[in-house]
Ligand binder design. Structure first.
Ligand code: FAD
Length: 437
């Protein structure tokens, strides 16, 4: 095994969330920057990265102990690390529910927060009625939140996601890390030594060959389409839209908490240009079609992402227009007539148990996957790369190695969500070109 000084590493998807974090931690751990190569279809911050977005929620994952541990570690870095601190907006967060089942689940979540000894007991509060919710967020309309309960997280907020990835990219460029994009940056297949068991690099769409000691595939929603992941990841799209406030409106909404309701969606404080992003909440959309990931030799039916970057006329299904409209009527009724712009599908990849898939590819020595974000991994940007580096060095913490192991089986189509994803082929309204595929 070469030393940190000499080791050559390729990161596929290096313009995205997990990929650029990995490169950052390689550099911070003493790897020679000129030995690190980041391949991505688009320059960093990649136009098709799920993380290249106006904002994301800084939430604390409570699905399992690993989730909680990872979230707390990341939050610490968003607060303390010089590179990341400017991008954490600590506005607080309201997680709301109103159905009987929803309130029951929310209360259980709250009890878990209070009991874990994680410190969350000091920063979270149960809000039992509209009055308590309005005290935290007076700009909601009382008539729209009747019967709502909420958890208030004083230490929550939002992350200026695209800006943060860009900052990592600027740092990596200044350090002398190598980048390739376009066809020269688009992974096609791994390359192997003569006996076919050790990965020695990879080939990209223009036929370029890159050689390295280790290759990390961190291609997000595209990962299962590039190499066969044995059904462990199912790629899905979620939806967002933006509205422009006037300067007076933006001033009024400045500093508002992130408001999330499991039946409606969520919205964020306006950015510095007065733009508010609104999302609905649903189990995602797939796009099933025949596709042949390496090394399969015949097509299999799988969900294949289609990025807005490559298909700029794509918008969102008509059903999503309706559910985003409902979210706006609920959260921001005074803005219901504002035109929406930048309506996009944004792609992630779910595993069956919503834990990452972060391990060496069985039978391919030196080829690793770092994917399976399951739609909640942007918050890990500052810290996830540290663990990917540990994986490359064979020193990944046993608890993480177990949670993120190769584990075929299970239902990635449904994952931990309320229902299986619907397919975009049944969702009219998002496609406005004549391109086949
Ligand atoms: P990405 O960041 O998508 O990176 C994958 C990269 O691979 C891309 O840059 C892509 O260009 C590249 N690539 C693709 N094909 C190739 C190829 N052939 N060769 C080379 N490169 C390639 N998370 C949160 O923590 N909080 C939130 O509030 C939140 N909200 C979300 C809202 C929406 C609408 C969506 C869609 C996601 C949200 N997420 C959130 C999830 C989060 O964005 C993802 O979990 C995370 O960004 C995934 O990181 P990744 O590195 O796996 O993939």
């Amino acid at each position: 095994m070469p030393s940190r000084n000499d080791s050559k590493i390729i990161i596929v998807g290096g313009g995205g969330t997990i990929g650029c974090s990995t490169a950052l931690h390689l550099v911070r751990s003493g790897y020679t920057p000129s030995n690190i190569t980041l391949l991505d279809t688009y320059p960093i911050p990649s136009a098709q990265s799920a993380g290249n977005d106006l904002n994301k929620i800084m939430g604390i994952g409570l699905h399992n102990p690993v989730d909680l541990r990872m979230s707390l570690e990341a939050r610490e870095m968003w607060r303390e690390d010089e590179l990341f601190r400017p991008f954490f907006h600590n506005t607080g967060r309201l997680d709301c529910a109103s159905s009987v089942e929803g309130v029951k689940g929310l209360r259980e979540e709250y009890e878990e927060m209070r009991s874990g000894g994680s410190g969350l007991e000091n920063t979270t509060e149960w809000l039992d009625d509209e009055k308590a919710i309005l005290a935290k967020m007076p700009l909601l309309e009382r008539r729209n939140i009747e019967g709502w309960k909420a958890i208030w997280s004083e230490d929550g907020g939002w992350l200026a996601a695209g800006y943060a990835i860009n900052a990592v990219g600027e740092y990596l460029k200044a350090q002398g890390v190598n980048f390739a994009s376009g066809e020269a940056g688009s992974f096609v297949k791994p390359l192997f030594d003569a006996d076919g068991t050790t990965c020695i690099g990879c080939e990209t769409q223009d036929g370029s060959q890159y050689f390295a000691d280790q290759v990390v595939l961190a291609a997000g929603a595209w990962s299962p389409t590039l190499v066969d992941l044995e059904g462990q990841c199912c790629s899905k799209a979620w939806v967002y839209a933006h509205m422009q406030l006037t300067p007076e409106e933006a001033a009024e909404y400045k500093g508002v908490p992130v408001v999330y309701h499991e039946d409606f969606g969520f919205f964020f404080e306006p950015d510095e240009f007065g733009v508010i992003k609104v999302c609905d909440e649903f189990p995602g959309f797939t796009r099933f079609k025949p596709h042949t990931p390496y090394p399969l030799t015949s097509p299999t039916r799988m969900s294949v992402p289609r990025s807005h970057a490559k298909h700029p006329t794509d918008t969102i299904p008509s059903a999503s227009d309706a559910s985003i409209d409902l979210a706006i009527r609920t959260f921001l009724p005074r803005f219901v007539d504002k035109p929406l712009f930048n309506k996009r599908l944004c792609w992630c990849t779910d595993t069956a148990d919503a834990a990452l898939l972060c391990c060496e590819y069985p039978g391919w020595k030196g080829f690793y996957v770092a994917t399976g974000d399951s739609g909640h991994s942007f918050k890990l940007l500052p810290s996830i790369g540290k663990h990917v580096v540990a994986m490359l060095e064979g020193s990944l913490d046993a608890e993480l190695a177990h949670a993120w192991r190769w584990r075929p089986g299970g239902d990635a189509l449904k994952s931990k969500r309320a229902a299986p994803a619907k397919d975009l082929s049944h969702m009219p309204g998002w496609r406005h070109d004549a391109t086949v595929g």
